[in-house]
Unconditional design. Structure first.
Length: 230
């Protein structure tokens, strides 16, 4: 599980409402503040931060975790977290992290037709918890200014997002159709959770094949078993 917290960009602006910010108006392009990481099923959350591990040290420790993972799971991580981490590595001259399979839960949640798709809305809606409340932008400003209490609050906020993302993943995992195969064998286990309790639910036919249809009795995920040519 992975979640990052990012500094806001500093820029000259002409007004308080939505507007175009040119290249010349940008004073500081933000940057990484902290990273929350967790192995699925384990209790502890690891938070690497700029104030505790240094900027380069934070990125290097995060890369070490990413390279050990079978899958990296986040919320809007394909569009935000992972590109930001890769950009930080390039900016600071760190060797590229090994390519890893990604599961972006924002893409999974969008398929359910909820009123909103944010982690803050979906988590309490599904009864899995809620995000840690804080003072908004004021927290980010205090963290950047070196306020140690604010930094500890930011670390807790990031860690809570990681825990919520894990609970959401376990909740929606059976519905992820393109979930990478985490079983040890090709046909004997559920590809989503690795469970061995799969019941046959008939067959499905395509133009070329007839496939055995299976449902995992541990997580509920539907998948295919053996197949034969029509």
């Amino acid at each position: 599980m992975l979640d990052i917290e990012w500094k806001p960009t500093k820029a000259y602006v002409w007004g308080p409402f939505k507007q175009y910010v040119s290249d010349a108006a940008v004073l500081e392009d933000g940057g990484l503040l902290c990273v929350g990481l967790k192995w699925v099923g384990e209790r502890g959350v690891h938070v690497f931060s700029e104030w505790e591990h240094g900027h380069v040290g934070m990125i290097e420790k995060t890369y070490e975790f990413m390279e050990k993972a079978d899958v990296i799971i986040g919320f809007n991580s394909d569009k935000f977290d992972i590109p930001k981490l890769l950009g930080e590595g390039l900016l600071h001259g760190i060797a590229p992290v090994a390519p890893t399979t990604s599961i972006d839960l924002y893409k999974a949640v969008k398929k359910f037709g909820f009123f909103r798709n944010s982690l803050g809305f979906v988590s309490p809606f599904l009864g899995i918890g809620k995000k840690l409340e804080h003072e908004g932008m004021a927290l980010w400003i205090k963290v950047i200014d070196g306020d140690e209490r604010a930094q500890r609050r930011m670390a807790r906020y990031c860690g809570q997002d990681v825990r919520l993302t894990e609970r959401l993943y376990l909740k929606v995992r059976p519905y992820i159709r393109n979930h990478p195969h985490l079983g040890k064998t090709a046909n004997g286990e559920c590809p989503a959770c690795g469970g061995a309790h799969n019941h046959s639910r008939g067959t499905v036919r395509t133009r070329l094949f007839q496939k055995q249809r299976l449902q995992c009795q541990d997580c509920g995920h539907w998948h295919y078993g053996r197949q034969s040519k029509n």
